[in-house]
Design a protein around this ligand. Sequence first.
Ligand SMILES: NC(=O)c1ccc[n+]([C@@H]2O[C@H](COP(=O)([O-])OP(=O)(O)OC[C@H]3O[C@@H](n4cnc5c(N)ncnc54)[C@H](O)[C@@H]3O)[C@@H](O)[C@H]2O)c1
Length: 319
Amino acid sequence: MKNILVTGGAGFIGSHLVDRLFAEGGWQITVVDDFNDFYSPEIKHANIAEHLKSPYYRLVDADIRDAATMAALFAEYKFDVIVHLAARAGVRPSLTEPILYTETNIIGTQNLLELAKAHGVEQFVFGSSSSVYGINAKVPFAEDDRIHQPISPYASTKAAGELLCHTYSHLYGMRIVCLRFFTVYGARQRPDLAIHKFSKLIADEKPIQMFGDGSARRDYTYIEDIIQGVRAAIDYDRTQYEIFNLGESQTIELRELISLLERSLDMHAIIDHQPMQPGDVPITFADISKSRELLGYNPTTKIADGIPKFIEWFIDSSK
Ligand SMILES: NC(=O)c1ccc[n+]([C@@H]2O[C@H](COP(=O)([O-])OP(=O)(O)OC[C@H]3O[C@@H](n4cnc5c(N)ncnc54)[C@H](O)[C@@H]3O)[C@@H](O)[C@H]2O)c1
């Protein structure tokens, strides 16, 4: 049986990863999560309700910024793998609380890297973000493009996390895989993210704020595809340090996305036009040729199929 630590394992992506590891079997899973109120902690508790029933699951309610508590955890348990997903996520809130983002996403990440180094953890997978590409003009974004143009504190902290990962891998021979997630959606999606937020507002017949003229393009990735990529990254051993894009490699304009939601909900959106927000990038678009080749990543859910699945979950969970 392998020991895995999933930080942020009560969150959206982390709880799906835990589902996947349970389905597979052979894993002793430890989750560290601080259940902060970035969005309702009740949602996070609901995400893990089933997990808590398993004898192969251990929940540690703790903050990754707390180095002493993290050190005590590593002194008690030996982890073979760490999948580090705990973070302050979200672009716009990072403009109002930039220090909190730095402390969580940079210091928190470094605390874990230090402990992974000290305890000889075999595999470290870091949840990074497409936002590191910032306002790069060249699309699709490829992993070896320069990432010198982030435009939000969140994006900068994720880029810094990747740099720390590279440093630790280089200095201490640690195997580290950084995954750049492109906006993830599906059951249990964070309520602050557009697809979920818009669905709720449309369903409640309330106006949705559309920032910009609706032409901003995003590469939305279905949760099952992301989990397939994360799972492959856990086994990845062809190189010591690698960065992979995990997207669908297809983009959709914001206004098309709203139409898709309207069709799936069978309701009309009331649109409140607002200027483009600071920190928001005009496009995200993943080049996934490297992930396909080296990681065996193979996303299969197109947005036109994924949105109805999301809405099915949304309607069920709102009952
Ligand atoms: N969802 C996306 O579209 C997306 C896109 C790009 C990158 N990411 C990254 O993927 C990871 C997971 O994202 P998500 O959407 O599941 O977010 P999420 O907020 O649902 O999950 C993150 C979890 O980390 C926990 N956490 C936050 N700060 C912590 C701390 N200091 N100590 C312990 N736990 C803490 C939270 O309570 C939460 O449960 C994050 O690192 C995020 O930046 C997500």
